[in-house]
Design a protein around this ligand. Structure first.
Ligand SMILES: [Zn+2]
Length: 140
């Protein structure tokens, strides 16, 4: 497999979506929730302690997943990504189980729950800019 990089954002999302103990974050809509703060801190610490395992999990998901090429031709869907990352990139979308991993060139920028994302991306994209700083914190 080609060399890929993982953003911290992707690692956080993977934990949040695939590991039961962090499910609260995916569901909770409360503002200033103490449980959310605690879970975010736990995720932060967990990533620091388990970087290798998490990266292996992402790598295996990518290797066992399948690329959804139809999304590249879905202009409405892609606009959100062009808007955010620019048009001069190679985008790939890899499905594995209920997750979809988003690659921009050779960097896995995030993983999302596949269901609902495809219809919801365009609408949400305008409000997602605040995430971009965390995505520059990438490493191997
Ligand atoms: Zn909460």
């Amino acid at each position: 497999m080609k060399r890929v990089f993982f953003t911290r954002h992707c690692q956080e999302r993977l934990l949040q979506r695939r590991h039961k103990k962090f499910k609260h974050l995916d569901k909770c809509k409360k503002k200033n929730c103490a449980d959310c703060d605690l879970h975010k801190k736990q995720i932060y610490d967990y990533i620091n302690d388990h970087k290798k395992e998490i990266n292996i999990e992402i790598r295996e998901s990518l290797a066992n997943g399948h690329e959804d090429r139809s999304l590249i031709n879905n202009t409405e869907f892609m606009l959100a990504y062009y808007d955010r990352y620019g048009v001069d990139h190679h985008f790939s979308f890899i499905h594995h189980d209920d997750l979809m991993f988003v690659l921009v060139d050779n960097t896995v920028v995030t993983c999302v729950l596949a269901k609902g994302h495809i219809s919801g991306t365009t609408r949400r994209s305008k409000f997602k800019k605040k995430d971009s700083h965390s995505e520059s914190l990438w490493y191997n």
